[in-house]
Design a protein around this ligand. Structure first.
Ligand code: GTP
Ligand code: MG
Length: 199
């Protein structure tokens, strides 16, 4: 069981992105569970899933949409014991610090997670302002990422993308920064950058 944490500020496109990742994994025959943080979010996401024609995926692959706040660890243990899940896609709240989520994983007592990977999405239209206003949160989200995605490439200007590059390099020069438009679809070659299996 692999864990992929999809972090990023409110509205950066985490759910849209997660669905793209889930769709690709399901296409490859993997069993995927999505964990989201807020009950309210599922309503919105259900709409999004219908738009993206993911109903079939939900039924035939047994997508498990759980809510989790304080109970991440029991949820992971349940997924480990009762469902043969290959990949857990976890979308924390946009105000969440990925580091504190990763810290709770020491209490997890199921089979060892094969990999734990953090991807952080950045919204080029708002990043410079957020970096100024909620600096610690944006810094921790960027600093804890294995890979960074500048999302909403379809809307962003070259200047905005340069700002994203500058901030990403300032905070986490080791993480690769990739440009995507989750709404328009993500190239499967690009997804290979973050999927735990290479085939
Ligand atoms: N134009 C454009 N819109 C996008 C893209 N990705 C996401 N969006 C839109 O941005 C809005 C927020 O997307 P979500 O996927 O719900 O973002 P989120 O990060 O899950 O939001 P919260 O869970 O509320 O923090 C939606 O209206 C999406 O359709 C993109 O690549 N391009
Ligand atoms: Mg969301």
């Amino acid at each position: 069981m692999h864990l992929l944490l999809i972090a990023g500020f409110l509205g950066t496109g985490k759910t849209t992105f997660s669905i793209q990742v889930a769709t690709e994994c399901i296409r490859q025959g993997r069993k995927v569970a999505m964990l989201v943080n807020e009950i309210g979010e599922i309503g919105i996401d259900g709409q999004l899933m219908r738009e993206l024609d993911l109903d079939v995926w939900e039924m035939s692959n047994g997508c498990i949409c759980c809510t989790l706040a304080a109970d991440l660890v029991p949820t992971l243990e349940k997924l480990d014991q009762e469902y043969a899940v290959d990949l857990i896609l976890m979308e924390p709240s946009g105000a969440a610090d990925p580091e504190s989520i990763l810290r709770t994983l020491v209490y997890y007592k199921g089979r060892p997670l094969e990999s734990i990977y953090t991807v952080t999405l950045l919204d080029p239209l708002r990043l410079p302002e957020l970096y100024e206003v909620v600096t610690p949160l944006i810094v921790t989200q960027i600093a804890n990422a294995n890979v960074l995605f500048a999302n909403k490439a379809d809307l962003a200007t070259a200047e905005q993308l340069e700002d994203v590059q500058r901030i990403a390099t300032e905070v986490n020069p080791d993480a690769k920064l990739l440009l995507v438009s989750a709404r328009q679809g993500i190239d499967s070659d690009l997804l290979k950058e973050i999927l735990p299996w290479k085939d």
